[in-house]
Ligand binder design. Structure first.
Ligand code: GAL
Length: 817
C-alpha cells in the first residue's frame, strides 16, 4: 500500500515576519477606481485621485446593486483600479537591497516602479515581493509606485474584495540578509522533557564576492528568558544564497497546544566581520502532530477537529485586513467550542494565522478552489498552468512555521474529481510540490464527488482525505479504504437568519421573506442539520472530526436564494436583494445565531443552556409554539410563566427534525442533541433550568418584550490601542423599558463618534439589507445592530452616541491608548 498513514512531525512555528528594517508602506496612497491610461508613468498627474491608507477594499464601499452578482456579494468588485504612491529614498539606502512586498493584492496585480514594470501576480490571495533597488532614485527626488488591479466579473464563487486589501512593506536590507520567508524551523523531537529544534535559515549574498558570515539563533521563552543559543559560520558564493542549518535543544519546553498556545521567540542574527548585518525575529510554538487512522494527535493526545470553514471577508469591513477583526472572529469561534479552522478556499492573511497561533487554533491552510477545470468562467483556472506551482509553494514557504497549521489542502471540490484520466495526476503533482517545501505536514483536499475520487485514485494522492457532506458514507469509506485517514472537510451547510422563526416549522426550500428560520433544519439539497453530522461522527470514532460550513456568515453565495449549485455560472440575482450567506453559526455582524449554541452544547463542557425562539408571539395566544433548548447539561426543565412544562433528559428525550437530504433515506431524524417542548403561547416569560448531577447549574429566561424604549450599547473592549488600526465592536440592542431585547425591532439607529477614533463600519447581519456598511446609521435587525470603531494614532477617549427616533439614546466609551 502506497499510503503512509503515520506522520509524526514536530513544528516550531515562526508567526512573525515583520522585522525592524521593514517599513510599513500602508500610508499615503492615491487611488483611482477605473482605468487610467498612462498611470504607470512617473509623469502621470494623479493629483485628483483619492488619498487613502491601506488596507483598502474598494468594493465594500458599495453600493449594493442588482447590476452586480449576488453570488459575489452584489458589490462592485470587478473592474480596474489603480493605486499610486510617492516617496523619497535617502542616499544611504543606495547599495542596499530594497524590496517591495505586497501581502496580497486583489486581483491580477501589475506593479511599476518609476515607470518600469517590475512584476505581475494574478492570484489575489498570495503575497509577493519584488527587488526594486535598481529602479529607485536615491537623490531625494520623487519615486513612484503604480499598481494596476483587475478583478474580473464571474471570477469567484464568493465575495473576493478588491484592492490593496493587505499590508504593503518596503524592506531595506544589507546585501547580506535573511531571504524572503527565510527561516524554516522544525523539530525532529518534542517531548515533555525536550524539544530538538532544527532551524534552516536561507541567507542571501548580493555582493560580487564570496563572504563568510556567522548565523546565530537565540530562543526566548514566553517569559522573555533566553533559553538556548547556537551559531555557526557559513560561506556564501557571490550573488548566491546559502542555508544555515542549526540544531538546538530546549529543555522542559512549554509546548504549544489549543489550551496553552505558548509562543517562544527566535532571534536570528547575521554577522559579518563582527558587524551585525541582519536580524530577523520570529514568534514560534513547539508542538508535535501525528495523524494515524485512529485520528489526529497533538503532543501525543488525540484531538478531534471541532472545526469551522471560514471565508476571508470580515463582513462590513470586506476583505480589508485588520488583525483585531480576525482575532475577534476567532475568539467568537473559540467560545463556540471551535478548535480548528479551514481557510476555505484560499491562503488567509498573515494576521489571521498569527491570531490562530496566539489563540491555539489548529489550521488547515487551503490553496485553491479550482485547478484547470473551471467553476466560474474567469476563475483561477485561467492562471493555473502558469502559476499553481509558484502560488502553492509560496503559500507553504510563507506559512510553514506557524504552529497552528496542521495540514495543507491542495483544493476544494475540484472539478477534476470527475476526470478519471488526468485528475489524479494533477493531485499527485500538487502533493509533490507540498512535500518539496514542507515534508513535515500531511496534505489533504476536500472531496465531494464520492465515490469518484476514491475510485479514480485521486483521493489516494493526498495523505488525509477530506470529505464534503457525506456523513452517511463515513463507515463505508473507512471500511473500504482503512489506510486513508478521514475527516469531514465540509459538513452540514445548514442555513438561518438570526432571530427569525417561521411557524409552523416546515422544511421549505425558500421563504417569501428571503430569510431562513432559525429552527436549524433548512439547507440546500446537499445540506443537513448539525445533528446528523454529530450522529455519524459519534458512530465513527476514528474520524478526525469536522469543519462545518460555516462558522460565520460571509458576503456572497446567498444559498438557498439566488443560486442553484456550484456549477451555476451566471449571476445569482433571482432573489435579489438576498446577497450574503445564511450558512454561518454566527451572522455577518458577529452575533451568534441559535446554531452557535447547538455547537456549543456539543463541543463544550462548561454548563450552558440556550432557549429558542423569542417570546413575542402576539396574535398567537393559545397556539402551540415549539420551544427548543440547546444544552450540555444532563437535564433541562422548561417553565412558562413559572409553571413547569416538564423536565427532559439529554440523550434520552428526542426532538424529531424534518430532513430532506439526498444521502439519508428517512425524512425525519430523531435528534438526541436538542430538547424540545410544544407550549401554548401566552405572554410573559419562558425559563429553562439546566441540571447536572441533579443540581441546578444554569438557567436562561426570555421575556415577552413590550414596545421599544431605549438603545443599549456594549463594547467588546473598553481599552484599545491608539495605533490607527485597532477596533472596538459596539453591540447595539433595542430594548423595552425593562431591558428586554425587542426581538422584532428594526429601528433606524444614528451614530456619532467623538474623540480619538472614528466610525469605521456598521452592520446588522441581515442578509437582504442593502444599507451601506459605511453609513453612520443602520437599521436594527431582530433587535440588534453593530458599530465598529477604529482608533486614531492619538490616545484619548472615543465616545459613541447612538440615537433613534422615539427611543432613549445610548452612549458608550472606550479608551484608546
Ligand atoms: C460546498 C462548497 C463551498 C460552499 C458550500 C455551500 O460545496 O465547497 O464553497 O459553496 O458548498 O454549501
Amino acid at each position: 500500500m502506497k499510503k503512509i498513514i503515520l506522520f509524526c512531525y514536530i513544528l516550531l512555528g515562526s508567526c512573525g515576519i515583520i522585522n525592524a528594517q521593514d517599513i510599513n508602506f500602508n500610508a499615503d496612497w492615491k487611488f483611482h477606481n477605473q482605468e487610467a491610461e498612462g498611470a504607470e508613468k512617473p509623469t502621470y498627474n494623479d493629483s485628483s485621485w483619492r488619498n487613502l491608507s491601506l488596507p483598502h477594499d474598494w468594493a465594500i464601499e458599495g453600493p449594493f446593486d442588482v447590476k452586480y452578482n449576488a453570488r459575489a456579494g452584489g458589490l462592485p468588485f470587478h473592474g480596474t483600479g489603480w493605486y499610486r504612491k510617492h516617496f523619497t529614498m535617502e542616499a544611504n539606502a543606495k547599495g542596499k537591497v530594497v524590496t517591495l512586498e505586497f501581502e496580497g493584492a486583489m486581483y491580477d496585480a501589475y506593479v511599476w516602479v518609476n515607470g518600469t514594470l517590475v512584476g505581475n501576480r494574478p492570484y489575489g490571495y498570495i503575497g509577493f515581493e519584488f527587488d526594486i533597488s535598481e529602479h529607485l532614485k536615491y537623490d531625494g527626488s520623487d519615486n513612484t509606485i503604480a499598481v494596476r488591479l483587475r478583478p474580473q466579473d464571474l471570477s469567484s464563487r464568493w465575495y473576493p474584495g478588491a484592492g490593496l486589501y493587505r499590508s504593503v512593506w518596503l524592506k531595506i536590507d544589507n546585501p547580506i540578509h535573511v531571504g524572503q520567508w527565510g527561516t524554516y524551523i522544525t523539530t525532529p523531537t518534542v517531548t515533555k522533557e525536550i524539544a530538538v529544534v532544527q532551524n534552516e535559515t536561507t541567507v542571501v549574498n548580493k555582493n560580487n564576492k564570496e563572504v563568510t558570515v556567522n548565523v546565530k539563533q537565540e530562543y526566548v521563552s514566553p517569559e522573555g528568558k533566553v533559553v538556548a543559543t547556537v551559531n555557526e559560520d557559513i560561506t556564501i558564493k557571490p550573488n548566491a544564497t546559502a542555508i544555515s542549518q542549526l540544531y538546538t535543544n530546549i529543555e522542559n519546553p512549554q509546548r504549544w497546544d489549543t489550551e496553552n498556545p505558548n509562543l517562544y521567540k527566535t532571534i536570528t542574527t547575521i554577522t559579518e566581520n563582527n558587524t551585525v548585518v541582519d536580524t530577523h525575529h520570529s514568534k514560534i510554538g513547539l508542538r508535535s502532530i501525528a495523524y494515524t487512522k485512529e485520528g489526529f494527535f497533538l503532543n501525543g493526545k488525540k484531538v478531534r477537529f471541532n472545526g469551522v470553514c471560514l471565508h476571508h471577508d470580515n463582513g462590513a469591513l470586506g476583505s480589508a485586513v485588520y488583525k483585531r477583526a480576525d482575532e475577534r472572529k476567532l475568539q467568537i469561534m473559540k467560545s463556540m467550542g471551535v478548535n480548528a479552522i479551514r481557510t476555505s478556499h484560499n491562503p488567509p492573511s498573515r494576521e489571521f494565522l498569527e491570531a490562530c497561533d496566539e489563540l491555539g487554533l489548529l489550521v488547515q491552510d487551503e490553496a485553491f478552489d479550482v485547478w484547470k477545470m473551471e467553476k466560474v468562467p474567469n476563475g483561477y483556472n485561467v492562471f493555473f498552468d502558469e502559476w499553481a506551482e509558484t502560488d502553492l509553494k509560496d503559500m507553504i514557504r510563507r506559512d510553514r512555521n506557524h504552529p497552528s497549521i496542521v495540514m495543507w489542502s491542495i483544493g476544494n471540490e475540484i472539478i477534476e474529481q470527475k476526470d478519471a484520466k488526468n485528475g489524479w495526476k494533477v493531485a499527485k503533482q500538487l502533493n509533490t510540490y507540498c512535500k518539496e517545501i514542507d515534508p513535515t505536514r500531511p496534505t489533504s483536499a476536500g472531496f465531494n464527488n464520492y465515490p469518484g475520487p476514491y475510485k479514480n485514485n485521486m483521493a489516494q494522492q493526498v495523505d488525509i482525505a477530506g470529505v464534503n457532506y457525506k456523513p452517511s458514507s463515513y463507515k463505508t469509506l473507512i471500511d473500504t479504504y482503512p489506510e486513508l485517514p478521514l475527516y469531514g472537510s465540509e459538513t452540514s451547510s445548514c442555513t438561518s437568519s438570526r432571530g427569525v422563526y417561521h411557524l409552523p416549522i416546515e422544511k421549505y426550500k425558500t421563504h417569501e421573506s428571503l430569510h431562513v428560520t432559525s429552527y436549524d433544519i433548512i439547507g440546500p439539497p446537499w445540506a443537513y442539520p448539525p445533528d446528523i453530522e454529530f450522529h455519524f461522527q459519534e458512530e465513527n470514532p476514528n474520524i478526525m472530526g469536522e469543519f462545518i460550513w460555516t462558522g460565520f456568515d460571509y458576503l456572497g453565495e446567498p444559498t438557498p436564494y439566488g443560486g442553484k449549485d456550484n456549477s451555476t455560472n451566471g449571476y445569482w440575482n433571482a432573489d435579489w436583494p438576498s446577497h450574503s450567506s445564511y450558512f454561518g453559526a454566527v451572522d455577518l455582524a458577529g452575533f451568534p445565531k441559535d446554531r452557535f449554541f447547538l455547537y456549543q452544547s456539543h463541543w463544550t463542557t462548561k454548563p450552558m443552556v440556550h432557549l429558542l425562539p423569542h417570546w413575542n408571539w402576539q396574535g398567537m395566544e393559545g397556539k402551540d409554539i415549539p420551544v427548543y433548548c440547546y444544552t450540555n447539561c444532563d437535564e433541562a426543565e422548561l417553565f412558562v410563566n413559572g409553571k413547569s412544562m416538564g423536565r427532559k433528559v439529554k440523550g434520552k428525550d428526542l426532538t424529531s427534525l424534518l430532513i430532506d437530504f439526498s444521502r439519508y433515506e428517512p425524512k425525519t431524524f430523531d435528534s438526541k442533541y436538542r430538547l424540545s417542548w410544544n407550549v401554548p403561547y401566552q405572554a410573559g416569560n419562558i425559563k429553562v433550568v439546566g441540571y447536572k448531577d441533579g443540581k441546578v447549574v444554569q438557567e436562561e429566561q426570555i421575556f415577552t418584550a413590550s414596545k421599544p424604549s431605549k438603545i443599549s450599547l456594549s463594547v467588546d473592549r473598553t481599552e484599545i490601542n491608539a495605533d490607527g488600526e485597532d477596533l472596538a465592536y459596539v453591540t447595539v440592542r433595542i430594548e423595552d423599558k425593562n431591558g428586554n431585547l425587542c426581538p422584532n425591532a428594526d429601528n433606524l439607529v444614528n451614530f456619532s463618534v467623538k474623540g480619538a477614533g472614528k466610525l469605521l463600519a456598521v452592520d446588522n447581519g441581515n442578509q437582504i439589507s442593502l444599507e451601506s456598511f459605511q453609513a453612520n446609521q443602520r437599521k436594527a435587525f431582530s433587535g440588534m445592530c453593530l458599530a465598529i470603531l477604529k482608533s486614531s494614532k492619538t490616545s484619548g477617549k472615543i465616545t459613541l452616541t447612538a440615537k433613534s427616533k422615539g427611543l432613549k439614546s445610548g452612549k458608550i466609551l472606550t479608551i484608546s491608548k
